[in-house]
Design a protein around this ligand. Structure first.
Ligand code: AMP
Ligand code: MG
Length: 489
């Protein structure tokens, strides 16, 4: 199909030369076939249903055919994993196929995950399994629906290629789409391998492609680092507000666009547990839910260190010093939105702290609590009926009553319709609970994609009611909660 060869295809990253990777020949899947695709995203990119169902797209997705006759590119990066520098990283099982230029002129990287071995595969097989690709497919759609910056997934292929993990699984691919695949780890690689000219070239490329307005700044590299710090702080604030635990915040999994990147053993909280750990290899809780704000700063500091050939240290430190403030501003705003508080007041922190201590001590379902609160009008807040609505979530009725009374007083002067509208578009009815992802995976492994389609429907607009799919918003049973997942993917 000409659409995959012609005016839409670009290779802007080739401006970087070979400093950041190698051209590779992917290893096709055996009997690769389209498993599912994101129709809304296809449409946004300007792809028709016929394009997606074409033989050519199937071949691209199955690692059989390149874009516009160009060999794909495996990118080299390094990074800090669990605090330790690892020089051996890179695209070990993914390749950059090229860039798709949409009708607005925006370039989207097309990255095929699971395309076979590359020079950076180390001992890995270069494959991704159906289970992990479907988890990424669902999670990136969930984050998009929640208005949280994220990479996206256009489509997945399944195959007859067996892959050995803890058991034999099916090899799959995922076509990841993002304006950028540049990670903190790309800068770290060029810094630690002493390729300081290439470091400047990469920074220039990132500025020209993603932040052209920064080229006019007095110190463009300082403006770039500042932008990354601010975006990262905003992303983290949104994760904390919605209850998202990434699980593997290594610096190679951090995007310079401040997008949620590389979905591994992530979790959306069921019960509110600030110490939640979702990665079973995270023995110390380094990447626990409540550690994420501090870890992001640690990662930004690693990036800042890699910027030392480009900028004076005191400039870097000043920029990093601003992280906390950006995080606080973004987090306070996100939390006020959850309670529908359109203005800021002195006692707000105390109101939040009291609520979080109740949610934590009672292990309250985080999503359901805020969603139910979002439907209660001010004049009924203090009624017995309100308390009844929480009786399956909270047993300490006295503390709940006390908090609701304070909240009632706090919102007395606010317009109630505005408050409720804000809360109902901030607090999702549907989130991607781990057990729901697991059910979709088990069905997909049996060839049934309906649970995936149902989840995609609610996750695309998680604030809407979707009454026919209400069961996807129910409170999970105890055995469905708190699954800890391995990184094996
Ligand atoms: P991840 O845990 O997906 O962030 O991957 C960490 C590093 O391991 C990256 O360099 C990956 O490319 C590499 N990697 C992960 N799984 C595989 C695999 N099955 N084959 C080759 N490399 C892999
Ligand atoms: Mg990674």
């Amino acid at each position: 199909m000409a659409v995959f060869d012609g005016e839409h295809i670009r290779f802007s990253f080739s401006q970087l030369g070979n400093a950041l990777g190698k051209a590779v020949t992917p290893t096709p899947l055996d009997n690769g076939r389209l498993l599912t695709y994101n129709a809304a995203l296809a449409d946004e990119l300007g792809l028709t249903t016929a394009d997606i169902h074409s033989e050519r797209f199937r071949a691209i997705l199955s690692a059989e055919a390149p874009l516009a006759g160009r060999k794909p590119f495996a990118m080299k990066y390094t990074g800090h994993q669990f605090g330790q520098y690892n020089p051996e990283l890179g695209d070990g099982r993914g390749v950059l196929l090229g860039e798709w230029r949409d009708d607005n002129g925006t370039l989207w990287d097309w990255h095929l995950k699971g395309a076979g071995k590359t020079p950076y595969s180390r001992h890995g097989d270069g494959r991704a399994v159906l289970r992990s690709t479907l988890r990424e497919y669902l999670a990136s759609a969930a984050m998009k629906g929640l208005n949280i910056p994220t990479t996206q997934a256009l489509a997945m292929a399944t195959s007859d290629t067996p892959v050995m993990r803890e058991r034999i699984e099916t090899a799959a691919t995922l076509l990841r789409v993002s304006e950028s695949h540049v990670r903190f780890g790309h800068f770290e690689y060029l810094f630690y391998s002493q390729q300081h000219d290439a470091l400047g070239t990469l920074a220039d490329y990132v500025i020209a492609r993603h932040f052209p307005e920064l080229a006019e700044a007095e110190k463009p590299y300082a403006a770039l680092l500042q932008e990354i710090v601010e975006r990262t702080a905003e992303m983290i604030a949104k994760w904390q507000a919605v209850g998202f635990n990434h699980g593997v915040m290594n610096t190679d999994n951090m995007s310079i666009l401040g997008q949620t990147f590389d979905y591994g053993p992530y979790a959306f909280l069921d019960d509110f547990n600030p110490n939640n750990i979702c990665n079973h290899t995270d023995y110390t809780g380094r990447y626990a839910f409540n550690q994420q704000p501090a870890i992001a700063l640690w990662n930004l500091s690693a990036l800042g260190y890699a910027f030392t050939p480009l900028l004076e240290s005191d400039v870097i430190n000043d920029i990093l010093g601003g992280y906390e403030h950006h995080l606080q501003v973004a987090y306070s705003k996100a939390m006020r939105d959850k309670l529908g508080l359109s203005d800021a007041q002195q006692g707000d922190s105390a109101l939040f702290n009291a609520l979080f201590s109740l949610l934590e001590s009672e292990r309250v379902d985080y999503t359901l609590f805020f969603r139910r609160l979002s439907d209660i009008k001010q004049d009924t807040l203090l009624s017995a009926n309100t308390l009844n609505q929480f009786n399956d979530l909270v047993s300490d009725v006295d503390t709940l009553t006390e908090w609701i009374t304070d909240y009632h007083q706090r919102i007395a002067h606010l317009d109630d319709d505005t408050r409720l509208a804000c809360m109902q578009t901030t607090n999702p009815k549907f989130i991607l609970r781990n057990y729901l992802a697991q059910q979709a995976i088990e069905a997909a492994e049996q060839g049934d994609m309906q649970p995936t389609h149902n989840l995609m429907t609610v996750l695309a607009s998680p604030f809407a009611s979707h009454s026919a799919l209400d069961s996807l918003a129910r409170r999970p049973a105890d055995e469905e909660k708190d699954m800890t997942l391995s990184c094996s993917s």
